[in-house]
Design a protein around this ligand. Structure first.
Ligand SMILES: [Zn+2]
Length: 159
């Protein structure tokens, strides 16, 4: 069950999948480069599993560190990842920066309250910061909205 140590690189055509993998807590980076060679090199260098829809890439370079996404439908794509690499999502969801994919650090909400939008101040009970880019994250409507979408679309996994 423990997949927490695994790292992923998501192929350029799967941007939405890459964003949602990070929301779920996967250590995933989105590949913005051009060539298959670059993708393979980066994956090897950083020890990342390749997530791709490119059948040719998977056929030409048979190696275990790849997952070929079968569906063109986004929620089926995410379901395939979640089933192939299950995690304890209750613990991992929304723990990473959606920009950098690094783990967030909890910071003191009271002393930072002035840094977040007025509307969010009343709702927020916890505050987190990305150690890489400094972006702030708090609880409130965004996490609720995300959980709602997961339950609606991948119900049996996120009940
Ligand atoms: Zn960041």
């Amino acid at each position: 069950m423990r997949q927490e140590g695994k790292k992923f690189i998501v192929d350029a055509m799967l941007g939405r999948l890459s964003r949602w993998m990070i929301l779920l807590g996967y250590d995933a980076v989105y590949f913005r480069g051009q060539t298959d060679k670059e993708l393979l090199e980066k994956a090897l260098e950083e020890g990342r599993i390749i997530i791709t829809r490119d059948t040719r890439l998977v056929e030409n370079r048979p190696q275990k560190q790849m997952l070929l996404i079968r569906s063109t439908q986004f929620w089926e794509q995410l379901r395939q990842v979640v089933e192939a690499f299950p995690m304890n999502f209750r613990d991992t969801i929304l723990t990473r920066c959606s920009i950098c994919s690094v783990l967030l650090e909890q910071v003191d909400l009271e002393s930072m309250r002035g840094e977040i939008p007025i509307k969010a101040r009343e709702q927020a009970t916890e505050l987190f910061r990305c150690p890489c880019c400094g972006h702030l994250y708090w609880d409130g409507t965004h996490p609720i909205h995300i959980m709602k979408q997961l339950k609606e679309n991948l119900g049996n996994i996120f009940e």
